[in-house]
Design a protein. Structure first.
Length: 202
């Protein structure tokens, strides 16, 4: 199977979990549903359209792994909103500052999503529209994961699916109806050279 590699690097990122208007949290790494949404946008898939449904189906049948190169720090953005009432509404929005993450997507029919990633129809942002990537997101398509991981450099953590892991509800089913399903994940600490990333000068 072929493997696509993505890179998420920016001054600010925000990967919403179960956020409410007053308290917009971020997970500490990119969510699978957010990555799916980003790929749908890059391919110009309309919300609720057949193309979006096809991309969701392809990605949900792929093996997706998230990698942490730099965890960054959490930034709290404090807001007050004038509601024309006695007390203003207080909102808090959270961001990952100076984080760097990667993603590999392994599966079939990747050509159908690769075109949009290489030449995006709509702009991609890292969780919110104010979170503009500082580096190119799409890093290429590779024959195997070892080749794909060379694009990411030194990895510190890896988030993978595991039946004994923690339940997280980040699998997109229908963006228009805001339906998501769950999966189980674990976070693994990566020892240097465990992923066989060859960075040495030959």
């Amino acid at each position: 199977m072929e493997v696509i590699t993505l890179l998420f690097e920016a001054p600010l990122q925000s990967w919403g979990d179960e956020s409410l208007f007053e308290n917009r949290k971020t997970t500490s790494y990119p969510t699978k549903s957010a990555i799916t949404g980003l790929i749908c946008a890059a391919n110009g898939a309309e919300r609720g359209g057949d193309k979006e449904k096809e991309i969701i189906s392809i990605l949900n049948n792929c093996k997706t792994e998230i990698y942490v190169m730099e965890q960054g720090e959490i930034l709290e953005d404090y807001h007050t909103v004038d509601t024309n009432e006695k007390n203003n509404l207080v909102t808090r929005r959270y961001y990952i500052m100076d984080g760097k993450f990667g993603c590999t997507i392994e599966g079939k029919n990747l050509t159908k999503i690769e075109t949009g990633l290489a030449n995006p129809k709509w702009g991609g942002w890292l969780g919110r529209r104010c979170c503009i990537p500082s580096e190119r997101i799409y890093r290429g398509k590779f024959k195997n994961k070892e080749e794909a991981l060379k694009e990411l450099g030194d990895v510190k953590l890896r988030i993978i699916e595991d039946e004994n892991g923690t339940v997280t509800k980040d699998v997109a089913v229908d963006f228009e109806k805001r339906i998501f399903s769950s999966r189980k994940i674990i976070v693994e600490k990566i020892m240097k050279n465990e992923l066989k990333i060859e960075n040495e000068t030959k």
